[in-house]
Write a protein that binds this ligand. Structure first.
Ligand SMILES: *Cc1c(COP(=O)(O)O)cnc(C)c1O
Length: 465
């Protein structure tokens, strides 16, 4: 009979060279914790009668995996092959190279964040970006906060605190991540007055809701859904007139909001900020990292007197954008000064305007190494797909795209579980690959596959990590 196996003590293991080198890499504490957990597992396995490899090398490999997981950088880069270009969970818009450089430069040291170089004294944090927004939108003034949710909150709290805000029932939106218009209203200290019905709202509904306590009128872009069929909504210009007749501001939350007409490049038409202002909006709020293609930010453009009131609200101080955001935003907006070259220079637009033929060629190139890496258990076919713009922009209109559909070679029982396991293996690659499980396939939409070489190279690691 062989003597019963016993795991080594923590002290003894920690003296082994494999463990001292782990300690050098990760620090002592995480290695000891990882080792304790690994030894506990080994003990339970031994008690269950399993055969357990207790060599220092094997134990160290488990602990190393534990430490790597613990210290995995987050957020870290992934391949977004979900088919949704501006994916909120995956960080929305990729930044343009000049924006990335601008971030790195101001991150490294001191900058003119709130300093007026010409006068040698304190300056305005939002000044540069505001000047660009004024030029690009025709607005009198502009202001920047951390995201569009903050922009909406700031506007409501400044212009309609303890007042009523009528909003169409068709526009009481919920955006992913718990941005719900009624809740935002409540937190901003405003009283939401629902007008009209889900599918139809008329000007007379708004007229009936106007009273001495009305603070402003608001229109919310129905970003992530459409109301179709027997519908009616009130045009912006009519709402603007009604608000102005009562000496009240009219605000439009555009959500994605673009500065240029995207139909120029074959994309569906979205209202631009300057169009919305020309329809009579006094303020427009929109996001920096949706169709604009910049960093996370909330932008507010419009009447100078209203922007001045927003700037004085102490909430603005709590929502102010940091230097990296402003640097990236300024560099992104600079690209809009020459809008003709945007599809080459702005990665978000480049991805959105990629031709299906080009994506299909890429799919043909990638299929071979992918099939090889998958082995005999799975088959990969080139399929046409429809990409989504994402982030609540243009929810119904899809962009023709191409990708790979991976299916288990044999269907039947367990096929779903095998596919799910494969999806997890793609996510465990050095640069994780995020696809979409749909109808018995793992779909990889190649519209956003930028670094093809890196993608195919790491396929060799599939299933090993
Ligand atoms: C996306 C969106 C928001 C929230 O913007 P964030 O930048 O995500 O904070 C608000 N309103 C509308 C209409 C939106 O589409």
């Amino acid at each position: 009979m062989t003597p019963p196996k016993r795991p080594p003590s923590v002290e003894k293991a920690m003296k082994a060279p494999v463990f001292t080198s782990l300690t050098d890499q990760f620090g002592r504490r995480p290695v000891v914790d990882g080792l304790r957990a690994t030894l506990d597992q080994a003990r339970s396995a031994l008690q269950a009668g399993d055969d357990v490899d207790l060599s220092f090398e094997t134990l160290a490999a488990v602990v190393a995996r534990h430490c790597h997981q613990l210290f995995a950088r987050a957020p870290r880069p992934v391949f977004n092959l979900t088919g949704t270009v501006l994916h909120t969970n995956l960080g929305r818009a990729p930044l343009a190279e000049p924006a990335i450089e601008a971030v790195a430069e101001v991150a490294r040291g001191s900058s003119t964040l709130e300093f007026d170089l010409a006068r040698g004294r304190r300056g305005e944090r939002d000044h540069n970006v505001a000047e660009r927004l004024k030029r690009l939108t025709g607005a009198e003034a502009a202001l920047v906060v951390n995201n569009n949710a903050a922009a909406v909150l700031l506007v409501l709290n400044t212009l309609a605190l303890r007042k009523e805000v009528p909003v169409s029932r068709g526009e009481l939106i919920e955006i992913g991540g718990a941005f719900r218009m009624p809740d935002i209203m409540a937190r901003a200290g405003c009283r939401l007055i629902e007008v009209g019905t889900t599918n139809r709202t008329h000007l007379r509904d708004f007229e009936g809701a106007m009273g001495p306590r009305t603070g402003m009128l608001m229109k919310v872009h129905t970003s992530n859904y459409v109301v179709q069929g027997f519908t009616a909504d009130v045009p912006e210009s009519a709402l603007a007139d009604l608000a102005h007749d009562h000496d009240l501001p009219f605000v439009v939350d555009l959500g994605s909001g673009t500065l240029v007409d995207l139909s120029r490049w074959g994309l569906p038409k979205e209202p631009t900020v300057s169009e919305t202002l020309s329809h009579g909006a006094d303020l427009v709020t929109f996001s920096g990292d949706k169709l604009l293609g910049g960093p996370q930010a909330g932008l507010i453009a419009g009447r100078a007197d209203l922007i001045a009131r927003l700037a004085k609200n102490p909430m603005k101080r709590a929502m102010r954008a940091d230097k990296m955001t402003l640097a990236a935003l300024d560099a992104t907006l600079a690209l809009y000064e020459d809008s003709g070259s945007l599809p080459w220079k702005l990665p978000a637009l480049r991805l959105l305007t990629r031709k299906q033929g080009e994506i299909a060629d890429q799919a043909e190139r990638v299929r071979e190494p992918l099939s090889h890496a998958l082995g005999a258990d799975f088959v990969a076919d080139v399929v046409t797909l429809k990409s989504q713009i994402g982030s609540g922009a243009l929810p119904v209109e899809a962009l023709p795209s191409t990708g790979l559909a991976i299916k288990p070679a044999k269907g039947g029982r367990g096929a779903d579980a095998r596919l799910r396991k494969l999806a997890a293996q793609f996510r465990a690659l050095p640069r994780p690959v995020i696809g979409a499980l749909h109808d018995g396939s793992l779909l990889l939409d190649l519209r956003c596959l930028d670094d093809e070489a890196r993608f195919t190279e790491q396929l060799a690691d599939l299933g090993t990590s």
